[in-house]
Design a protein around this ligand. Structure first.
Ligand SMILES: NC(=O)c1ccc[n+]([C@@H]2O[C@H](COP(=O)([O-])OP(=O)(O)OC[C@H]3O[C@@H](n4cnc5c(N)ncnc54)[C@H](OP(=O)(O)O)[C@@H]3O)[C@@H](O)[C@H]2O)c1
Length: 337
């Protein structure tokens, strides 16, 4: 099999394509011939050596794949050889063959291609967990989505549209035209005063929901901006990442901006602060499968399609990481074995 390894922490150029014998699945697992792999910001942080969940280097990154089942082991139910699937991987997804416990895999519709499959899992599950499960978004709620032009951001935009919440977004300027065409009426350059725009749009009350993948100084600004009974959902800390290699200075700056919200303060402010880390839900597959069932049925009803910006061959994995780190991507970036 072919795999992309992170042999040492560093810039995109450290990524290395290696060949080794195909893995054998264990009982309860299926083996998948991979056709498309999703690239996530967590892979980039893992490569830079700043992702606390990552295994010790060297390791193969990758949280999601789509492909076709070529082996089914005893203990597996619901899958057979030849099934088209998408699957969550606990690292190791940058491979052309993966073995996964069957509960981490989902059947693809015949009309869902592998690229859509690999673009769905992490982005839409994270957005669904934030908006529907934890954020309790309702029709008419104003939701401020930071990084709305990225993978999770666009998924959150789609889900807002489906459930009737009203999104406001921040993104780099070159993404604005695309975002408006996708139905986002209000999009703010991430360097502008998003708070003022959000207050103007909500008669001074602030948004009911704010999705924050950036952290650092934004935690504080977002908390103050929330409407009464609003929810700030923290799910990333991209402000700790600057340049393409680890910067202790940026990590330090993000750390000193950490805020402590005591129960007393939350009570008196009537605000909620929630945290999401999809990768810590491996033991809760039944819940995650239920959420995925809803996402798949929205896909089936053609209520959304993930936007795939670019698909890079495995040999150009470094360019894929560069592309995201240079803030060029709109929606999903994939790797193709
Ligand atoms: N907790 C979870 O379960 C979970 C799951 C998935 C992702 N996440 C987090 O969600 C965020 C988005 O992830 P994604 O995979 O969907 O990536 P992405 O949004 O597709 O790509 C990164 C985008 O983030 C923005 N950005 C903000 N700060 C950045 C920085 N320092 N360097 C580069 N880009 C920066 C850029 O958009 P603009 O230039 O338009 O701002 C860039 O295009 C990340 O923070 C990630 O860690 C968390």
């Amino acid at each position: 099999m072919k795999q992309i390894w992170i042999p040492k922490a560093g810039g995109p150029e450290v990524l290395r394509l290696d060949q080794s014998p195909d893995p054998m699945p264990k009982n309860g697992e299926i083996r998948i011939r991979v056709e498309a792999v999703g690239v996530n910001f967590a892979d980039i942080m893992g490569r830079m050596g700043v992702y606390p969940d990552a295994p010790a280097i060297p390791f193969v990154p990758g949280y999601e794949v789509a492909g076709t089942v070529d082996q089914v082991m005893p203990g597996v139910t619901g899958f057979q050889e030849g099934d088209k699937v998408l699957a969550l991987t606990r690292f190791g997804g940058y491979s052309d063959v993966v073995c996964v416990p069957h509960k981490q895999a989902f059947k693809r519709f015949d009309w869902m291609n592998a690229q859509d499959g690999a673009a769905l899992l992490v982005n839409y599950l994270t957005a669904y967990q934030m908006l529907v499960v934890m954020g309790s978004a309702k029709p008419g709620d104003k939701a401020l989505i930071h990084g709305v032009g990225g993978g999770v951001g666009l998924a959150a935009l789609d889900i807002c549209r489906i459930i009737g919440a009203e999104p406001i977004g921040t993104a780099s300027a070159h993404k604005h035209e695309f975002l408006k065409e996708r139905g986002l009426d209000v999009v703010i350059d991430h360097r502008q005063d998003f708070g003022r725009v959000a207050l103007d749009l909500t008669n001074g009350r602030g948004p009911q929901i704010i999705l924050d993948p950036v952290g650092g100084q934004l935690w504080h600004k977002n908390y103050r901006l929330l409407a009464p009974a609003g929810r700030l959902i923290c799910y990333g800390i991209s402000s700790g990442v600057a340049g393409k290699k680890r910067s202790l200075w940026h990590l330090f700056k993000a750390a000193v901006n950490l805020r402590f919200y005591t129960p007393v303060r939350l009570m008196s402010d009537n605000k909620g602060v929630l945290g999401v880390n999809l990768a810590h839900l491996w033991e809760y597959t039944d819940e995650v499968r239920r959420w995925m069932g809803q996402i798949m049925s929205w896909y089936d009803e053609a209520l959304f399609r993930p936007h795939i910006d670019r698909a890079f061959p495995f040999t150009e994995a470094a360019a894929a990481h560069d592309y995201i780190q240079e803030r060029k991507n709109i929606g999903k970036v994939l790797l193709i074995p």
